[in-house]
Design a protein around this ligand. Structure first.
Ligand code: FAD
Ligand code: EPU
Length: 283
């Protein structure tokens, strides 16, 4: 692919968890047209590729030999009344903080969810009973054929931790918020932050919750009840604060992390008869 790229970047620098092998080919388009050209070139050559955002929902268990694309679009917001447009490479928490500072209400729940707007679109990121689709007015993406599409989400397209389909490269979104009282917005942001601070591990590298919550229950509770908090394989450990966070104590290897995930699934299956599904994306 005759497009600018970097070679051999370790995933420890590309993900919040800091585990993984090497990213052989990293493409970083700085404008939408470049991103579309990348997708067209891959389609033409029949080359599959992966999309990387902030790497906060990723567990990388080896080297990635196919191209990886990470957008570097200009970090500019556009506001029209109560609607705000943001590029996919914009920080998700930064967007939540910026709209709160504008006196716009609706994204307070997102104040502790790291990563990018693109990752949040793909995951339909959410917390405390709210998720991105609740405020999403439109999304902009490159379709598999390289065409740029701007469309409202179809009803039912987004669900719990299921957002934009995986064959689309998100370029940005438009959210619809409401005018709010700045002090009340700040209070709700603070409430979300302190709830998170008291229940999630803040001091260790992690990828958020590793497993999806089965209907009606919390994977964290099931892992905890199976007695797994603190279980450790090498530098991979089940967090002592929240059992659905598996943390990297420093130098966890992909093998150690993969083994710990498999062990947790097996023990929860034995203990509860429930088969946990990964919530993170595994590369
Ligand atoms: P990545 O991890 O880089 O990628 C995740 C997926 O999105 C991959 O499939 C990737 O291909 C895809 N993707 C990324 N960018 C694009 C794009 N531009 N176009 C198309 N696809 C793309 N999540 C929650 O929902 N709620 C929480 O409360 C929450 N808390 C967290 C707390 C911590 C401490 C951490 C580390 C993570 C937490 N997460 C939470 C998980 C994570 O932050 C979210 O899933 C986030 O939306 C992922 O965004 P990202 O940019 O880091 O995506
Ligand atoms: N619990 C335990 N032990 C634990 C962890 C949790 O008993 O180790 C119990 C808690 O006491 C509580 C219940 O399980 O009664 C639920 O816990 P919590 O409120 O922490 O929520 P969760 O279901 O574990 C989900 C999301 C989080 C999100 C929070 C807040 C998933 C997989 N996780 O966690 O999202 O931040 O709700 O809304 O949906 C993520 O997706 O990465 C993520 C962190």
């Amino acid at each position: 692919l005759a497009l600018p790229h970097r070679r051999d970047v370790p995933f420890s620098r590309l993900t919040t968890l800091g585990v993984g092998g090497t990213c052989r080919w990293l493409f970083e388009p700085v404008e939408e047209a470049q991103a579309a050209a990348f997708v067209r070139a891959c389609a033409r050559e029949g080359i599959p590729f992966k999309v990387l955002g902030g790497g906060s929902n990723l567990v990388v268990l080896g080297d990635v030999e196919i191209p990886v694309v990470r957008l570097r679009l200009p970090a500019v917001l556009r506001r029209e009344g109560c609607e705000v447009e943001a590029p996919a490479s914009y920080g998700h928490m930064r967007l939540a903080a910026d709209v709160a500072a504008m006196g716009l209400s609706g994204m307070e729940y997102a104040s502790g969810i790291p990563g990018t707007v693109g990752g949040a679109l793909r995951m339909n990121a959410g917390a405390y009973g709210r998720e991105l689709v609740d405020v999403l007015a439109r999304c902009r993406y490159v379709a598999p054929d390289g065409e740029i599409v701007d469309a409202a989400p179809a009803p039912g397209e987004f669900a719990y931790r299921r957002g934009l389909p995986g064959d689309r490269l998100a370029l940005g979104l438009r959210i619809r918020l409401a005018e709010g009282d700045p002090a009340a917005i700040r209070e709700r942001v603070e409430a979300c932050r302190s709830r998170r601070g008291s229940s999630q591990p803040l001091g260790r590298r992690n990828a958020g919750c590793i497993f999806r919550n089965p209907p009606g229950t919390s994977a964290g509770r099931l892992i905890d009840e199976a007695g797994l908090k603190g279980t450790r394989i090498g530098d991979a450990q089940v967090s002592l604060e929240h059992a659905n966070f598996l943390v990297n104590l420093g130098a966890a290897t992909p093998a150690e992390f993969g083994e710990l995930m498999a062990l947790v699934r097996e023990r929860v299956r034995d203990h509860h008869g429930v088969d946990l599904e990964p919530e993170v994306e595994i590369w």
